[in-house]
Design a protein. Sequence first.
Lengths: 346, 150
Amino acid sequence: MFGGLRERLQAARNQLSSSIGAVVAPPAAEPVITPLTPAAGSTEPAQPASPSFVDKVKVLVLERELIVSDKNIAQALSELELTLLESDVALPVTDAIIVNIRKNLVGKHRKIGESVDAMVVRALKTALLDVLGKGFDLKEYITTRPRPVKILFTGVNGTGKTTSIAKIGSYLHKQGFSVVIGAGDTYRAGAIEQIAVHAERIGIKIIQHKEGADPSAVLFDTVQYAISHKIDVVLADTAGRFHTKSNLMNQLEKIKRVMKPDLVVYVDEAVAGNDAVIRAAEFDRTVGADAIVLTKADMDSRGGAAISITHTIGKPLMFLGVGQGYDDIIPFDPVGVVDELLDGAA
Amino acid sequence: MATNTQQAEQRELMMLQQYLKDYGQQAGIFVEQLNLLENGRMEAFAAIEALEAMLAAEENTVLLQIGGGASVRAKVLEPDKILIAIGAEVIVERTNKDAVEFLKERIMEMEASQKRVSETLDKLRGQMNEINKRLESGYQQSMAGPQVEE
C-alpha cells in the first residue's frame, strides 16, 4: 500500500537529512584516552589527557548541537513539495505539510544523542499526522450512540460501495454488533442481488424491495426492522451518483430526511487520487459527509487521496479497503500508516 | 426429504450463479482499470516520442494535429521548456530532458499498477473458474435426477 509514496518520502527524508547533516560542523577530535594502567617499566601511572568539565560541555552540548536554518533545508523542502504533488497530494495539503516541517525544523536545536535522521523523521511524522487527523473509531462511535446506529453510504458509481458495506458489515458482525443492511441501490441492475449475496455469505439480515423501488422506502423499512428487532447497526446502501446529477442528489436528500442517518459515509477509490478528494469535497458540500472510506488502497501506489482527503474536507478517514476478501478492510490508523510510510522509523 | 435436498441444490446453484455474476462485475471494473492504465502508458510513450522529436526537429517545427485528421506545421518557440502536469492538478515547467525523465517514471509506476491489477484479476478469474466447476458439477448432478435417500 502506497509503495510509490513510501519510496519518495524515503528519498525526501534522506535529502533533508543530508541537507541538515551538511551544515553540521565536523565533529571535534575525540580526546585521546590514555590507558590508566601503568606502562611497563614505569613506576608512576600515566596521566590521562582528560578534558575539563567545560570542554566536555563544549563538545557534548555546544559543538554537537545543531540549529537548523531555513536556508539549510529550503532546497530539500522544495524537492519534498514536488514529491508530494507528484504523489497526487492536494496542493493545500502539500503546503500544510511543508509549513509544518519547516516549523518543526527551523530554529530547532537537535537533542543530544539524536541523529539528524531521527530529527527529520520526527518532523515528517508530525507533519503527516497533522494532515491525516485522528481517524474514526466506528466501534467506539457505535458503542456510545443510541441504537440503532444508522449509517448511510454514498458515493459515485463503481467505486466499491456495495462491497465496502459488506466488508464493514462483516467487520461489525465480528466485533459483536448485530447488523442489518438496507438494499437502497434499487437503480443499478443486479445491485440488490449483489448485496443480498454478500449479506447471506456473511450472515447478516438484509431488507430489500424490488428493483426500481423508492430507496427511501427500503431504508425506512430497514430502520423500522432494526428498531423492532433491537439491531445495533443499520448499513444503508444507495445507488452510486455524481454530485452533478441534481435529481439523484435530491433523492439522496430525501433518503436523509426519511431515515435520519447518524453517519453519512462517503466511499471512493484511493486510486482516483486527487479526483477522489475533489469529489468528496463536492459531496460534502451538497449532501454532507461525516466520514470517508477509501477502497482499493492496496492498488494505490501514490497515496495522494489518503493523505489529502481529511485535511481537505475536514472529515475523518474511517476505513481503507485493501483487497477482495471480506476481511480486507482496515480501520484507518494514522500512526500505523505514517510508520509504514516512513519505514517503521521512530 | 428428496424435494428438500433438490431445493437446497437449486438454491446453491442460484447462489453460485450470483457469485459468478458478482465476480464478473468486479472483473469488469478491473479490466476497465487496466485499459485506463494502458491508455495512460501509451499516451506517455507518445509524449516522450514527441518531446524527443521536438528537440531533434529542424527549426523546431512539428506537425500539430487539430482534429479531423488535419494538421498544421507549428513552430515550437521554446522546445526545452515543457509544461507538465505532475499531479494534484499542478503544472510545472521542466526542461525537455526532465519532462522525459518524469514521464518515464510515470510509465514505470503505471506498469507496476498494471501488474497489481493483473494479479488481482488473475485471482478473481481463478475464483470464477472454481465457481464454474462447481456450477457444472451441480448441473450434472441435477441432470442425473433426484437422489434416493435410504
